[in-house]
Design a protein around this ligand. Structure first.
Ligand SMILES: [Zn+2]
Length: 260
């Protein structure tokens, strides 16, 4: 299995990232994609990916929350970083109208600029969309035939949004959101609609600790070592063998991000 969404640059991992990686390996996680969320974090993500070469890779980009930081300098630095060997995708990028930490205009500008970088460098996309589905699709669609694939990470949307994403050829990242008995049930029911070759799995660590994990870590921190718990939940809902699903979803990640 492969964890496509780990915020390893989070301050929550500052003291023990090596232990976190070792625990992930011991739990059967065969690789990790470290999420870059702004220029500074993308630089750090690339450094960590280089440090744990052949186990970790990284994305480089600016999250919609950080879109107000986007300028010409960001664009050229992101493109430079993206050309280095440990960076395998542009992102996370997209739109998040849930909290609007950056204005919608700023978000749309930063997203479109990153779509252009992905097309120019021929890199896949690591996408984020929350409460912005129609604008997100409208901006993304014209670029899709110029970009070598994309995953919509941490999908938590509705059935028609899932169907539209799949119809456009996107892969879908599923987190431990589906382990949340309060708000994950709708998503759980959609899981069988995702063709296995389009499915990827992720913890989004340190966020989204699976709510039904027993025992829960006292830190309340999510880690890649809890990915097997998510694989089990998703496989059970889809009526598949967890070991098989873990391998299939890992193959999907390695194919999209062109990993050895
Ligand atoms: Zn995200």
């Amino acid at each position: 299995m492969f964890d496509i969404g780990v915020n390893l640059t989070s301050s929550q991992f500052a003291k023990d990232s090596a232990d976190v990686i070792a625990r992930g390996k011991a739990a059967g996680v065969n690789g990790i994609l470290i999420t870059g969320t702004n220029l500074k974090e993308s630089v750090r993500a690339q450094e960590l990916a280089a440090e744990y070469s052949q186990y970790c890779w990284s994305t480089t980009g600016v999250h919609p929350h950080d879109a107000s930081s986007w300028n010409e300098n960001t664009a050229s630095r992101i493109a430079e970083l993206a050309a280095t060997e440990h960076v395998v995708a542009i992102g996370e990028c997209g739109l998040d109208f849930n909290r609007n930490f950056s204005t919608q205009d700023e978000q749309e500008r930063a997203f479109t600029a990153q779509l252009a970088i992905a097309a120019e460098l021929q890199l896949p996309l690591f996408l984020h969309c929350r409460d912005a589905h129609s604008r997100f699709i409208a901006l993304l669609k014209p670029w899709l035939d110029k970009i070598p694939g994309a995953v919509l990470h941490c999908f938590t949307g509705e059935k028609h949004e899932l169907k539209e994403a799949l119809a456009l050829g996107l892969s879908v990242g599923i987190t431990g959101w589906v382990c949340d008995e309060r708000r994950g049930l709708d998503l759980l029911e959609l899981l069988p609609l995702i063709p296995v070759e389009r499915l990827m799995l992720e913890t989004d660590a340190p966020y989204l600790l699976p709510r039904d994990l027993k025992p829960k870590p006292t830190s309340r921190r999510n880690e890649p070592c809890f990915l097997p718990h998510i694989v089990n939940r998703v496989a059970a809902q889809r009526g598949e063998e967890p070991a098989w699903l873990g391998q299939e979803t890992e193959n999907n990640a390695r194919r999209l991000f062109k990993l050895a």
